[in-house]
Design a binder for this molecule. Structure first.
Ligand code: AKG
Ligand code: FE2
Length: 452
């Protein structure tokens, strides 16, 4: 047994896997020291502790105890760590296995850590493991699929890359890695067959290498092939009803959930539009919503907080013209059936500090709104955070509106045009504008494209 794992046998015999879901000061000190040795001390405060304090997160640590005394500061030496966190109902994110350099080749240790985590998670027989994988990535895509993951159409967009959700049942992953039948201690000692360790090595090293840019490098414009799925990502929605469980099979979806087109206006047009809007600051009034059964628009801050302006000045005709020019391509790419074009309503929204627009649809099916258009703009460089536009696909099945598991998150970025069917539920996440200045707001122009 130990023959196949001789190099690490001594170390692994002195290693145990410890589970934490809260941290004593001593355990926290041991983890801080671990991340400092990894050269990534920020991970503790920016990832591990926040996830842990949200609840439903566990740390699986490979620990070696100091020979004597086995208590007090420095008694526990953490050499490997895996964090799990519940993202949505029965949907779990796994961190990469963080390892000190001298354990990078210790496949017994890595297998033991993931075995403990997967066994813990799969006490729920429906539990699934999810990763976000960058579109077009070769290594992560190939290896995750080979390990039994399926790619879904659930999209997550950052400025750096477009990610898709990959998922697999926790039980299946345990089996694919050959870990379901052997005890953790034996896994560490080298009792699995070669093929299982080889599969595990490819899997773990791929996840480590592919996600390294996500946790080692503090540069948001650098895209990692694999990134962590987080709560507050496209799986949970303030004030909304959960839709994207990631567990509904999507077979050959008709088109994109929302179509994003860049560079909608020229530079000059952008500057003039901003000028028009800033000049009309006093024309903005609190944004309203139309509630079911009530014909008059109302202010309802439980749903919407923000200010709107109906007068687009000369931009009214410019927007209508440009939307009409794009419409054919837009409908083709959305897979949206053709309709005789009617009017286009336009409205500017300014979202300042604390503003949001919770889950809603722009049509309940009883009016003639077909498509929603959203144009995003702001001062550059941008002075706000948040304000992501999230769109959740809705199908119509036998005349009823049925949410699917596809969604798309659009990070605000100046000069983007977004199109989606008006029946899709969508929301604007809370905006933060530290200066609270009107000029620094997140601005958008919404267009409702009617059929005749
Ligand atoms: O500002 C946005 O991104 C979207 C606004 C919206 O959903 C609406 O005006 O109906
Ligand atoms: Fe809307």
């Amino acid at each position: 047994m130990t023959e196949t794992n001789g190099f690490y046998a001594g170390r692994n015999a002195a290693t145990r896997i410890e589970i934490f879901d809260e941290l004593s000061p001593l355990a926290e000190a041991a983890l801080r020291s671990f991340f400092r040795r990894l050269g990534a001390p920020h991970v503790m405060d920016e990832v591990v502790l926040p996830l842990l304090s949200e609840g439903d997160s566990q740390l699986f640590a490979a620990v070696r105890d100091r020979p004597w005394p086995p208590w007090g500061l420095g008694a526990r030496n953490v050499v490997g760590l895996l964090q799990t966190h519940l993202v949505a109902d029965a949907c779990w994110g796994l961190s990469t296995i963080y390892l000190v350099d001298e354990e990078l080749g210790n496949i017994g240790l890595q297998s033991a850590l993931i075995k403990e985590a997967l066994e813990f998670i799969s006490t729920d027989p429906n539990a699934e493991i999810h990763y976000l994988v960058a579109e077009g990535s070769m290594m992560a895509d190939h290896v995750l699929r080979e390990t039994g993951f399926e790619a879904t159409q659930d999209v997550f967009l950052t400025e750096a890359a477009r990610y898709f959700t990959y998922r697999t049942p926790a039980r299946r992953l345990l089996e694919r890695l050959g870990l379901s039948e052997t005890d953790t201690v034996d896994v560490m000692a080298g009792a699995l067959d070669r093929a299982a360790y080889a599969r595990g090595a490819v899997f773990h090293h791929t996840v480590q290498a592919a996600s390294r840019a996500d946790w080692m490098i503090d540069r948001p414009e650098v895209a990692a092939e694999i990134t962590r799925l987080v709560r507050g990502g496209h799986y949970s929605k303030p004030g909304g009803v959960p839709t994207g469980t990631g567990r509904i099979e999507v077979i050959d979806p008709a088109g994109e959930v929302a179509l994003v087109l860049r560079e909608f206006l020229t530079r000059d047009e952008q500057a003039q539009l901003l000028e028009h809007v800033l000049k009309n600051v006093h024309g903005f009034t609190p944004g309203t919503i139309i509630e079911p059964g009530s014909p008059t628009p109302l202010v309802n801050e439980r749903v919407r907080r923000g200010r709107t302006l109906d007068d687009l000045g000369r931009f009214e005709s410019l927007f209508k013209e440009r939307i009409k020019q794009q419409l054919e391509e837009v409908m083709a790419r959305l897979g949206h059936p053709a309709f005789p074009l009617g009017e286009i309503e336009l409205q500017v929204t300014a979202s300042n500090d604390g503003d949001y627009f919770r889950m809603h649809r722009d049509t309940d099916g009883s009016d003639t709104r077909e498509l929603t258009f959203v144009y995003l703009f702001s001062r550059e460089p941008r002075k706000f955070a948040g304000g992501e536009l999230r769109v959740f696909e809705t199908d119509v099945v036998e005349g009823r509106m049925v949410p699917t598991d596809r969604s798309q998150t659009i990070m605000p970025r100046a000069n983007l045009a977004v199109y989606f069917p008006a029946r899709h539920e969508h929301e604007v996440l809370p905006v933060r504008v530290p200066s609270k200045q009107f000029d620094d707001s997140r601005f958008s122009i919404t267009g409702w494209i009617h059929r005749r």
